[in-house]
Design a protein around this ligand. Sequence first.
Ligand code: FES
Length: 121
Amino acid sequence: METDLRSGRDKSLTICRLDDIPDGGSRGFTVETPRGVRDIFIVRRGDNVFAYENSCPHVGTPLDWVPDQFLSEDRSHIVCATHGAKFAIEDGMCFSGPCHGVPLPPIAVEIAGGMIVLSGT
Ligand code: FES
């Protein structure tokens, strides 16, 4: 289930609480930024989060066939549900599949006060 973004006061936008994403899991969001509405997803690893546009570099489709399911079965990497491209969680680089060597578009996020905040929009 995608969640609407709540706007922050400055250039940063609060997406959700860190604890809203299970450790080792992922979640998709539709965020409204000054540059328009963007579909993104976030993968959580402990106290670290990694965010990307939900758009496969192969043909631009969303990566998740089932909402919020962006990861492989063993949760070791990101998978595109359309043609099976595999991406590293830490940098979004495709290491297998039709867009090999092309990264997912990164989204700048940070954790502040237990909240995941979108920055640099
Ligand atoms: S659309 Fe993602 S691998 Fe083809």
